[in-house]
Design a binder for this molecule. Structure first.
Ligand code: GCW
Length: 690
């Protein structure tokens, strides 16, 4: 059994019970037709490809802008909408309903495909009453998912690095799976929420994966062939040292002619095999991956070499900004990992080619539950910046805990680095941040590390499917309300047939998920300080797990206080990487937001927050509240009337909630006990601490 995620056949009931005509041709139109045929076959409607309308009155007309429409009165409804609506843009579509006919128009087949999925989201309301023409077009052109799948099972990281949903749907034990049907299903799910790119392998490119670029390119081609019908271009993570490891050259120096030739030649072969190949993704000089530093070259030199190899074919290199010293001496208070990406990359602004995208993690550290927005995003006006998010819940409960991430991402995407009224992070990523920020560079887009594996529910925790769905929807419209996205996901996933009482289910899921990120934050590392997780696998509490390690992620708790002084006045100077007003807001204890206080400041336990509570009391209160909340979440699920959801899914969520409750209590007790022992300050409410 493979769960249908948010595309069960019932999601197409409204579309599938209608009489439809499709005007236009092209491979993606064939996909639209295949979807419509499957839906009408199941739900009793009909679908015709072009031509005059037959006997049955039409309910739905899909048409490409350039395709002539027949003179029938029904098609003329579409012609009138077309005349009024004008261009839809490359991937956009127009949806309207008049005179009893629903009309979906697009300039390109991709637009029709996206529009079809919008019809599924709308359900019956798409086919009732009158709908003025609505234009839909994606806010971001580059909407990409990164899989961290390995070819060989890595001794520590396994088949999927930071994967919490079983194995890879592409590879198993060093070889490509013979049955790639899950990949086709994945492509469909991704396209239905708006994604148009997929990097198929882990950014840590080990020996086996390196060969995907050359002698194992056929495996990439096979996946590309399954993504193509859904408008998704394939990207490949490559190893910077490939000219040495695969090409037998003595060097991978990006300025060496032999190296440049090797990449040019290799890339030509890639395009001969996969003409719509998207480009390369590179993690260089980061956590042991090779890079240009070995040759005294800059990251612009490295990225540009690959950009030049890709340029003749329209490809793009995504070069990651996640570069820092992971051999730091914990005794060294002068080095601040949060500064690293900015210090490495901002001096290179303006040096990157037009087809090089700098892919920046949304926060300066590493996908913590709460981080400020990375200052790099606002500091490179002449570089195409992509913002990288993480759906795989490495630091947010590993898909054992419910943690709906859309509220976090919405906060990031809506952040205004230049202050109130200025461009948002989403607009920087879209390349249209205007005068105060990067403009006219085309933008790097949004990227998300996938949370999918070969698990029957795709994501381990069935409710974690909503994160992938929400990412896709936010790439189309970064201003969408997370609760509204959740509504869409609930309605698609849990069709009324399965649920006698959809309102109860909807209410319960909202209660479980809407504030689950804040709940997770409450019982884990406090006030933006981050980490405090078990080293290596990163699950569960270990307050000092990384405190004396080389990884550069410290909290500096002692008997008097806690937090990292990143101020200009007395700390690492990191606050100075932000433009005004944030450089000052974060610098000052008086204005720094509570939730980020310990990211920016080292304060005594008795420091009083804007909330009116002391830091220590905040720690106790939030940990008791967060753990308690997980008990309530479990109760909510237990109280769900039987039969509302599939029993296997019900059981799976129930088991995971048990684990979440257990883990949240462990977090609560370790954190509270640690800080009681450090500070000696008792809980004002005298609750049990160990
Ligand atoms: O979050 C960290 C992870 C690594 C990951 C790295 C990265 C792919 O712990 O597993 O490696 O970030 O983003 O490159």
């Amino acid at each position: 059994m493979v769960h249908a995620a948010w595309l069960p056949p019932e999601a197409f009931r409204s579309v599938g019970s209608r009489h439809t005509v499709v005007h236009g041709d092209g491979p993606l139109v064939d996909t639209v037709l295949a979807e419509l045929r499957a839906a009408t076959g199941r739900h009793g409607g009909t679908v015709r490809h072009g031509g005059e309308a037959g006997a049955a009155p039409l309910d739905l007309v899909l048409a490409l802008s350039a395709t002539p429409l027949p003179p029938s009165p029904q098609s003329q409804v579409a012609a009138r909408v077309r005349a009024e609506a004008g261009s839809t843009g490359a991937e956009g579509f127009v949806l309207a309903r008049r005179d009893g006919i629903t009309v979906l128009l697009a300039d390109t087949p991709a637009g029709l495909l996206y529009g079809l999925f919008q019809l599924a989201r709308l359900g019956e309301p798409a086919f009732t009453g009158h709908r003025p023409a609505e234009h839909h077009r994606p806010a971001l052109h580059r909407r990409i998912v990164n899989d961290w799948d390995n070819v060989d099972v890595h001794p520590v990281m396994g088949q999927v690095e930071r994967g919490y949903a079983g194995g890879s749907i592409v590879w198993r034990d060093g070889v490509q799976r013979t049955d790639l049907s899950r990949v086709a299903g994945y492509a469909r799910l991704l396209a239905s929420c708006g994604i148009n790119g997929l990097a198929v392998n882990n950014v840590n490119v080990h020996a086996g994966e390196a060969h995907l670029l050359t002698d194992r390119l056929g495996e990439v081609e096979a996946v590309a062939g399954l993504l193509r019908p859904y408008g998704i271009r394939i990207h490949l993570s490559v190893n910077f040292a490939s000219p040495v490891r695969l090409g037998g050259l003595p060097t991978a120096d990006p300025l060496d002619e032999r190296v440049r030739d090797w990449w040019a030649h290799t890339t030509r072969r890639v395009y001969q095999t996969i003409p719509d190949f998207g480009g390369y993704l590179v993690k260089a000089d980061s956590e042991g991956q090779p890079g240009p530093f070995a040759y005294g070259r800059t990251h612009a030199d490295g990225a540009n070499m690959l950009a030049d190899a890709l340029a003749p074919f329209g490809g793009v290199v995504h070069w990651r900004a996640f570069v820092y010293n992971h051999h730091q001496d914990w005794r060294d208070r002068g080095t601040d990992r949060a500064r690293a990406a900015y210090d490495h990359f901002v001096p290179l602004d303006g040096e990157f080619r037009d087809n090089a995208v700098l892919q920046v993690k949304h926060g300066p550290l590493d996908f913590q539950t709460r981080e400020p927005v990375s200052p790099v995003i606002a500091a490179m006006p002449r570089t195409r910046v992509a913002v990288e998010l993480q759906a795989t819940q490495e630091y947010t409960g590993q898909q054992r805990h419910v943690c709906y991430l859309a509220p976090m991402w919405r906060t990031v995407l809506g952040f205004q680095p230049w202050g109130e009224g200025g461009p948002t992070v989403a607009r920087v990523a879209a390349g249209d941040a205007g005068p105060a920020g990067p403009a006219g560079t085309g933008g790097g887009g949004l990227v998300c590390v996938s949370n999918v594996g070969d698990d029957p529910y795709w994501t381990g925790h069935p409710l974690a499917q909503a994160n992938l769905y929400a990412f896709g929807r936010l790439t189309w419209d970064p201003t969408l309300d997370p609760a509204a996205i959740l509504d869409e996901w609930i309605e698609l996933t849990f069709q009324p047939d399965d649920t006698a009482d959809p309102q109860t289910l909807r209410r319960t899921l909202h209660e479980l998920m809407d504030s689950s990120w804040q709940t997770y934050e409450q019982y884990t590392a406090p006030l933006g300080v981050g980490f405090m997780v078990r080293p290596g696998h990163h699950y569960g509490p270990d307050v000092d797990g990384y405190e004396y390690s080389p990884w550069g992620t410290y909290h500096f708790a002692d008997r008097d206080g806690i937090g990292v002084d990143r101020t200009r006045a007395t700390g690492t100077g990191y606050t100075g990487q932000y433009p005004a007003p944030w450089s000052d807001i974060y610098e000052s204890l008086g204005t720094c937001p509570d939730e980020l206080l310990l990211f920016f400041h080292h304060v005594p336990y008795q420091h009083v927050l804007h909330s009116g509570r002391t830091v220590i009391q905040h720690i106790y209160d939030t940990h008791f509240a967060g753990a308690r909340r997980t008990e309530q979440m479990r109760e909510l699920w237990r109280d769900l009337p039987a039969g509302l959801v599939d029993p296997a899914l019900y059981a799976r969520v129930g088991e995971r909630l048990d684990e979440q409750v257990r883990s949240a209590h462990e977090w609560r007790d370790q954190i509270n006990t640690y800080f009681l022992r450090k500070s000696g300050i008792p809980d004002a409410h005298g609750r049990r601490i160990f």
